[in-house]
Design a protein around this ligand. Structure first.
Ligand SMILES: Cc1cc2nc3c(=O)[nH]c(=O)nc-3n(C[C@H](O)[C@H](O)[C@H](O)COP(=O)(O)O)c2cc1C
Length: 438
């Protein structure tokens, strides 16, 4: 690739327009934003999807790893575009080598600069590259100069607004064509997740070149939050991770129809399951258990008898076994719809506006909805949970922690073991299961 080739690549806003000016984005999610999930999310309003983060060196060097993450249908022009493929890396050569495997099969390659987990610290990638700007610049520039497709980046912020701005400018100067900013710092993870800072995102947006394509990430619970975020940040598009996992229709804004925005879990589960059966590759099979748990989260709080049934499944379970679970969910929800008072109970209500600017909704347990946990006896979402993080963590009762741990154990028993490092990635996903953000 030469400098001439570089100029042929679509850049910035031209690239954004070429991929249809997406407004809604499925976030990169390890083991969770795989092909089947992307297909489902696109049907419910996602206009751009990111793959899960792939480990650049493994992707470059280990065909087994690559095959487990990427199938012939990933990046398919009809079914899986626009698509951005994300890598984590700390070596420019490996990153380029990995990216070359997908440069013809996606719209851009993204560098993960946001993962704050211990595994990223150990491997020196993700948010830990925030300490080595020179390396960040080199990684992005090498792709910008040598890859056929454009490069983008997803970053976290610093507490210091000016430093965040300088960092964003460096990432863009290196050649990133889109920037996604997750409005949390590297320390805002796990129990200290807290609110993403939209004011800071707005500050960055306002101080970057006007034409810069800017994606905001953080705090999306409901479809109605998308416009709130766009208005607050003045961003081009909004990315959601966790909101999308619990409700793939979080991006549905074409109508206010609750049958779309908060779809019945039996229907969503069936649709997802039928997609998994159709798509090739291992990744979608491996993600099933976790998706079942998340899609059914509220439902399983009532129908606890299904929890161990899903818990016992593994990647080796036959589709017939999964089918039984899907059918059981369908039967239970159908029974609910036989109730005489169904029209009275099948409603979504919106509560008062909260201090963080949005409102909680009450959604029937048989409909997809965001995940809340209880802290200090209060219904809370992990995204808005820790406005006063430390104080709340200290007060969280042991019982609540235990309950969360139990859910985590049941959801965690799906794993692949292609290599030690890959196993590390899986562990990270297991940590993620209860809403630790990357
Ligand atoms: C299960 C899960 C997996 C994630 N994996 C990745 C990843 O592979 N790459 C990345 O950049 N961020 C990853 N993240 C972080 C999200 O992309 C996003 O930045 C973060 O969750 C905040 O968005 P949210 O408030 O919509 O959840 C992950 C988050 C979750 C919940």
């Amino acid at each position: 690739m030469t400098a001439d080739n570089k100029t042929e690549k679509l850049q910035g806003r031209a690239l954004f327009e070429a991929i249809g000016k997406p407004k809604t984005i499925v976030a990169p999610m390890v083991d969770q934003s795989e092909l089947a999930w992307r297909i489902l999310s696109r049907r419910y309003g996602a206009e751009l999807c990111y793959t899960p983060m792939f480990h650049a060196r493994l992707f470059a060097n280990e065909p087994k790893y690559r095959d487990s993450m990427w199938s012939e249908l990933d990046g398919d022009k009809e079914k899986d575009r626009p698509l951005i493929v994300q890598f984590c890396a700390n070596d420019a050569d490996y990153l380029l080598k990995a990216a070359r495997f997908v440069e013809d099969k996606c719209d851009a390659v993204d560098l993960n600069l946001g993962c704050p987990q211990g595994i990223a610290k150990k491997g020196n990638y993700g948010a830990f590259l925030m300490d080595d700007w020179e390396l960040v610049h080199k990684l992005i520039r090498n792709l910008h100069d040598n890859l056929k497709c454009p490069v983008t980046a997803k970053i976290r912020v610093y507490d210091d607004w000016e430093k965040s701005l300088e960092y964003a400018k460096l990432v863009l100067d290196a050649g990133a064509q889109f920037i996604t900013i997750h409005g949390r710092t590297r320390d805002m993870k796990g129990q200290a997740t807290g609110l993403a800072n939209w004011d800071l995102l707005r500050y960055l947006r306002d101080n970057l070149p006007e034409d810069q394509v800017f994606f905001a990430n953080g705090n999306i619970l409901y479809p109605s939050d998308l416009q709130r975020c766009t208005d607050a940040v003045k961003c081009d598009a909004v990315m959601s991770a966790e909101g999308n996992l619990y409700n793939p229709a979080v991006f549905w804004t074409k109508t206010d129809d609750i049958d779309m925005q908060f779809r019945r879990v039996d229907k969503m589960l069936r649709e997802y399951f039928e997609i998994v059966k159709e798509v090739p590759g291992e990744a979608s099979r491996h993600a099933m258990k976790s998706h079942f748990f998340k899609l059914l989260h509220a439902f399983l709080n009532v129908h606890t008898e299904l929890r161990p049934v899903i818990g016992k499944t593994s990647v080796h379970s036959s589709f017939d076994e999964w089918e039984k679970i899907v059918v059981r969910v369908e039967e239970i929800v159908e029974e609910i719809y036989q109730k005489d008072n169904i029209s009275e109970i099948d409603v979504v209500t919106t509560g008062e506006v909260q201090s963080w600017g949005g409102s909680y909704k009450t959604v029937p347990f048989w409909r997809c909805q965001p995940y809340f946990r209880t802290v200090n006896g209060e219904k809370q979402n992990t995204r808005v949970l820790h406005v006063a993080a430390t104080e709340k963590v200290e007060k969280t009762s042991k019982k609540e922690v235990k309950q969360d741990a139990k859910v985590q154990t049941e959801e965690s028993s799906t794993k692949r073991k292609p290599s030690e490092e890959l196993e590390g990635e899986r562990k990270k996903v297991d940590i993620e299961k209860e809403n630790v953000t990357i």
